[in-house]
Design a protein around this ligand. Structure first.
Ligand code: NAP
Length: 284
């Protein structure tokens, strides 16, 4: 193995330290304790784990968490009423609706009802609009986490060829916008399932980001020697969590590589905490 391992867990720990310091300062200077509301609808085990981890992390950085649990049978109107109540509560600074909702409920429509000032997931159309306009706002957590890893390890993006595989609104698309700003100056290719000769497109990359959801799909033939590889993929298998990158073959070729677990995953939660602090800091 030659690749340097980009330790997302360590970078996330640093982010959480910064957030904890910011939370303490906000409480001391303005008497505000940031509060994050999580909404879980139904009993999907993976969603339960995600929400529990977010609440636990909030507690470790001094963010108050408020939890609303709705039965799997809850109607769209009940989900929306829960959001409305949290929107109008001045003591709540961030609202996170855990997606996906059970079948038949419209998660996107529900997210659109979240007060954009409390949209700590950064997925509301207003947040995505600010992102596209290059104006300050709450940014989606996973792409922010990817950038923070690059920054931490001083991997330059200016002038770099970046190939992102996966164009979801959760990861690939916002990351492509963030990297193509004048602050980042990367040359970005956003690849997807219809991309022709994906392996050769990926081999152009100085920085390759895999956000696909297909375990082990990115093998060494997709990677230019010495490239940085960010593995966003997380798939639960009987052997545990597996990324989109075939760690064994790629670690022999890449210059730097995020592991799964312990790479982008912990960063996503850390950036959610940073967003909650930001929302609380900007609250009137
Ligand atoms: P998604 O909405 O399903 O999007 C997957 C993307 O991959 C789509 O753009 C799809 O292309 C593309 N794709 C699928 N098969 C492909 C192929 N054979 N070749 C090239 N592109 C292909 O998934 P997502 O929500 O972005 O999540 C992606 C992965 O990241 C999942 O494993 C998820 O669990 C993980 N994830 C991790 C974190 C974290 O915190 N680390 C956060 C979010 C997501 P089309 O658009 O053409 O269909």
């Amino acid at each position: 193995m030659s690749a340097r391992i980009l330790d997302g867990a360590a970078v996330a720990a640093r982010v959480k330290e910064e957030v904890a310091a910011g939370v303490a300062a906000l409480r001391e200077n303005r008497g505000i304790t940031p509060a994050l509301a999580t909404i879980l609808v139904g009993d999907d085990p993976a969603s339960e784990v995600y929400v529990r981890n977010k609440r636990r992390t909030a507690a470790t950085v001094g963010i108050r968490s408020v939890h609303r649990e709705l039965a799997a049978s809850a109607s769209q109107a009940e989900v929306e009423a829960t959001i409305a109540t949290l929107n109008s509560d001045p003591g709540i600074h961030g609202i996170l609706l855990q997606l996906p909702l059970p079948a038949g409920r419209d998660g996107e429509a529900a997210v659109r009802l979240i007060d954009p000032a409390k949209d700590v997931d950064g997925l509301h159309p207003v947040s995505l609009g600010y992102l596209a306009l290059g104006q300050p706002g709450l940014r989606p957590c996973t792409p922010s986490g990817c950038l923070r890893i690059l920054d931490h390890y001083e991997i330059p993006t200016a002038g770099a060829e970046v190939v992102i595989v996966g164009r979801s609104l959760l990861v690939g698309r916002p990351l492509s916008i963030m990297l193509s700003t004048k602050e980042r100056n990367a040359t970005v290719t956003l690849a997807h399932s219809q991309t022709r000769d994906l392996a050769s497109v990926c081999r152009r990359a100085d920085i390759l980001v895999a956000a696909i959801g297909r375990p082990g799909m990115i093998t060494s033939e997709y990677v230019r020697p010495g490239a940085t590889v960010i593995d966003v993929g997380i798939t639960r298998t009987v052997e545990g969590l597996v990324g989109d990158v075939d760690f064994e073959s790629v670690s022999a070729v890449a210059g730097s590589l995020t592991p799964v677990p312990g790479g982008v995953g912990p960063m996503t939660i850390a950036m959610l905490m940073a967003n909650t602090l930001m929302a609380a800091t900007s609250a009137p």
